[in-house]
Design a protein around this ligand. Structure first.
Ligand code: FUC
Length: 763
């Protein structure tokens, strides 16, 4: 099976940035406006951030810790918060933002009046194109960001020989650096991002077929060519000693490769990742609807018309965006992936660790893009190094600690003055769990031993030192908070800083559990395993509060904002697994109540919040609600180019929304496989190919009339598989041979050997 609706299309150029189409190779990004008679491609390079490393610090933090904790014990969060701001927060408060590389600006002569305009972004090839007629000539542009060539490639062609006259230039207004003309077909742009920031260099190289090419002033001027290929390379001193030399070499190499070859190698490379998963959500009238421009489909959808194809497209767009913004060797996808046109973007377009960065990676493993997860692991390795110093300085603790935000330089201290976000030391522990997830999907013992376990262990070491005994004798984090809500004490005081926010206890539970299991598999650290186990037993457990909700704190406080966008205390439901509604119905009901309360009070108002809610519903196996969340997300929280909208643009909604769609179709937590666990009535029939499950399984699933028809499963390593299904199932091996299944209640177990395909069917 293939992907049916894998294109974004429009019949007019982008008027604003959120209508432009994104391309990216993980490191270099471009937003293509598709203008008539001109083109703007807004450019990014992932390491262009303002300002340098080691911003200040907070040397006397640990000295104030006891006092802060005591104030919290006395129920005086306000006083504790003031001390924390004075003594724990980094000076200076903020680091610099992620910034644009600049713009490629083309002036295309004699093309002002156009007919038959069409632009598209083909998710399957990773190529965006623009085509129109001007007079008797058809002009075509193709643009892609090649990971193979490490360059953005633009090709402009005309249907008549000699019909292409144009200028090209690079700009970085208002922070234009030095513009250089290295030859008649080469322009360069260089500068620095602040006194101690990175040096950058961008190179534009033109290769014209026919006509004349000449560089003058800020321009490359091309006259009467048949076609033109432009390549853009860029580097910064974050990765190379001489970014100019490196970018020159990369541009040269790309420019001396024939366009057809660059294009073919890009399609191969992109397709190798993208084509692993295909999704079809059948509906009646797709063909008609799929011919409509994407923004029109979105408008129809907003008016209440169904468009299953658009939902499938949104899923694949999530995968496309991850491939384009997170590739081995690049930085992880930040709040805007890699696409940012502002020098002062919202929240510095940084890495937010209290939900956003993690959400960006929720599709990586299940969506069959595990290599796109790697940039996160590289950042984590650097955070372990900086976070050790932070753990020591702020808390006198071993291990490593990271707070709510980080940046290019892997800062780990407290970088914001906003209390309800700032003092949250569990970012590192949550991130460490991403390494564990990667292992759970691929089962590589080498990865576990060399990469994951050392990080997990240090994250847990920090927690062992940081946890304190609360008034009920439990082990709780303090000072910390429940991102980014506040609570109201019995005495009526409103605070954020607290002892034992539920999210922390749940993260600690997951982390100690992961450490114990990992150490056992590696046969390491026996005494530590006992320490972890003892500490885990003493953590506050998920409890049900006065409204029938899962308590957000270890004390049943009222929430200052019952409709808060963060629903951190359901970490244990998703992405955690501590609350399993199928075996813990009371906690499941309380989790549902928690969601309902948040929604009744206006929750889910940001894109990512709605996306998280959709994942929660999927884990509660409520397909109808999960689908309602996806629908709300697409109706209220996406831009015309389907970029997630916070507002403003934030990419987590794309990844989180796609993850929910995945989670509705296949789940694999708790050592069990659940097929179509949250299939909504709106998707009666369909098929998905290539989804991965924990344990190394790959599934192709087909369903009709709301019921599983068949699921084909394979694994490279072989394994014992447990399928949870209320309906009886049958399993067949090669040539339709029945496989023996051991069934206990809803759990069906069988063994699958490596490399063969088994088929699961509903009886
Ligand atoms: C968290 C959220 C905000 C926003 C920011 C980038 O602080 O609470 O809604 O997404 O991250």
């Amino acid at each position: 099976m293939g992907n049916k609706s894998c294109k974004l299309t429009e019949r007019r150029p982008a008027g604003v940035w959120t209508e432009a189409f994104p391309v990216g190779n993980g490191r270099l990004g471009g937003m293509i406006f598709g203008g008539i008679g001109g083109e703007r491609i807004q450019l990014n390079e992932d390491s262009i951030w303002y300002g340098g490393p080691n911003r200040g610090g907070c040397p006397d933090g640990a000295g104030k810790l006891a006092e802060i904790r005591e104030l919290l014990r006395l129920g005086k969060p306000r006083e504790a918060e003031k001390l924390a701001l004075l003594h724990l927060a980094n000076a200076p408060h903020y680091f610099g933002p992620y910034q644009p590389l600049g713009d490629l600006l083309l002036n295309l002569e004699g093309q002002a009046a156009a007919t038959d305009y069409r632009r598209e972004l083909d998710l399957q090839t990773g190529i965006s194109s623009v085509e129109y007629r001007a007079g008797d000539t058809t002009y075509r542009r193709e643009i892609f960001a090649s990971a193979v060539a490490q360059a953005i490639v633009v090709r402009i062609s005309a249907s008549r020989p000699g019909a292409l006259s144009m200028t090209a230039r690079l700009s970085r207004r208002p922070f234009e650096g030095e513009i250089g003309r290295e030859a008649d077909n080469i322009l360069t742009m260089q500068g620095q991002c602040g006194p101690d920031g990175v040096h950058y260099a961008a190179v534009l190289r033109a290769v014209a077929a026919g006509g004349e090419t000449e560089a003058a002033g800020n321009y490359i001027d091309i006259r009467h060519a048949d076609s033109v290929m432009l390549v853009i390379a860029a580097q910064t001193s974050f990765r190379c000693g001489d970014p100019y030399a490196e970018a020159m070499v990369q541009a040269e190499r790309a420019a001396s490769t024939p366009y057809a070859e660059l294009k073919a190698s890009h399609i191969r490379d992109h397709g190798r990742l993208f084509d692993r998963v295909a999704l079809e959500l059948e509906a009646g009238d797709d063909a008609e609807v799929e011919r409509l421009p994407t923004s029109e489909r979105l408008l129809r959808y907003r008016e209440g018309l169904a468009d299953n194809g658009l939902e499938a497209l949104f899923y694949q767009y999530g995968r496309y965006l991850l491939i384009a913004s997170s590739r081995p060797g690049s930085l992880p996808a930040n709040l805007q992936g890699i696409w940012n046109e502002s020098f002062t973007p919202p929240w510095e377009s940084d890495f937010h660790l209290n939900i956003n960065l993690q959400m960006n990676y929720w599709i990586a493993e299940g969506g069959h893009l595990p290599e796109c997860h790697e940039p996160l692991f590289d950042l984590i390795d650097r955070l372990v190094a900086t976070g050790r110093e932070t753990a020591r300085q702020l808390y006198g603790a071993r291990g490593f600690a990271v707070h709510s935000v980080t940046n290019l330089w892997a800062e780990s201290g407290i970088f914001t003055a906003w209390t309800p976000a700032a003092f949250w030391p569990t970012g590192g522990a949550w991130l460490a769990l991403h390494l564990w997830e990667h292992y759970r999907y691929n089962g590589s013992e080498a990865f576990l031993r060399d990469r994951a376990y050392p990080v997990l262990k240090e994250a847990a070491l920090f927690l062992l030192d940081f946890l304190i005994e609360d008034e009920r004798g439990r082990l709780a984090t303090a000072p910390s908070l429940s991102p980014e809500n506040r609570y109201i004490t019995e005495a009526g005081e409103v605070g954020a800083l607290c002892i034992g926010p539920s999210m922390d206890s749940q993260i600690a539970f997951a982390l100690f559990g992961a450490c114990m299991e990992a150490a056992e598999r590696l046969d390491l650290d026996r005494p530590l395993r006992e320490e972890w186990s003892a500490a885990r037993d003493r953590l506050p457990q998920p409890e049900i509060g006065r409204h029938g909700q899962i308590m957000e704190w270890s004390v049943d406080y009222e929430e200052a904002e019952p409709g808060h966008r963060h629903i951190s205390h359901l970490f244990a439901l998703y992405p955690g697994e501590q609350i399993d509604p199928s075996t813990m119905p009371e906690l499941g009901t309380a989790a549902r109540r928690t969601l309902e309360r948040r929604l009744e009070n206006g929750g889910g108002h940001t894109g990512w919040s709605q996306a998280w809610i959709a994942n929660f519903w999927a884990r509660l196996e409520d397909g109808q609600q999960a689908h309602a969340s996806i629908r709300d997300l697409l109706r209220k929280a996406v831009h015309p180019n389907l970029f997630g909208d916070h507002p403003p643009f934030q990419i987590d909604a794309n990844f989180g929304g796609a993850a929910a769609i995945q989670e509705m179709l296949l789940q694999s937590h708790k050592g069990e496989i659940r097929l179509l666990p949250a299939l909504p009535p709106a998707w009666p029939s369909g098929r998905v190919k290539g989804l991965r499950a924990r344990g190394g399984y790959v599934f192709d699933i087909e369903w009709a009339n709301g019921r599983l028809r068949q699921a084909d499963v394979r694994t490279e390593t072989g394994g014992a598989i447990a399928v949870r299904s209320a309906e009886p199932i049958e399993v067949f091996g090669p040539e339709g041979k029945p496989v023996s299944v051991e069934t206990v209640e809803d759990l069906h177990r069988f063994f699958i050997p490596p490399g063969v395909m088994y088929r699961i069917e509903s009886k």
